[in-house]
Design a protein around this ligand. Structure first.
Ligand code: FES
Length: 108
């Protein structure tokens, strides 16, 4: 398998509704992962980039969380409307999007 240029992890962790941390699943993580997959498919990006769902990335209150390597960029409160921008600007354009990142205090 060829090494991908970038690897995207979308948290889809689920927890019981009364859990104090909540979960990315409850905040739309599954729909977000599906939106990434649809864009990867329509743009034929599967060989160039890799996409995986993941369990908790440690930013539950900031979810849905998306982590992109090799930059190690942690995005928080990502919406399906942000997917095209992340793909075009970060994955293809190689420019992480500052305004979608979690606070620098949280992810140094
Ligand atoms: S549940 Fe997604 S970061 Fe914790």
């Amino acid at each position: 398998m060829a090494k991908p240029e970038k690897h995207v992890f979308v948290c889809t962790q689920n927890r019981p509704p009364d859990h104090p941390k909540g979960s990315c699943h409850a905040r739309g993580g599954k729909s977000l992962a599906e939106a990434f997959a649809e864009e990867f498919e329509s743009r034929s990006l599967w060989g160039q980039f890799k996409l995986n769902t993941s369990s908790c990335l440690g930013f539950c209150e900031e979810g849905p969380a998306v982590l992109v390597y090799p930059h190690g960029t942690m995005y928080g409160k990502v919406k399906t409307e942000d997917v095209v921008r992340i793909i075009e600007t970060h994955l293809i354009g190689d420019e992480p999007i500052d305004e979608l990142k979690v606070s620098a205090d949280l992810w140094e």
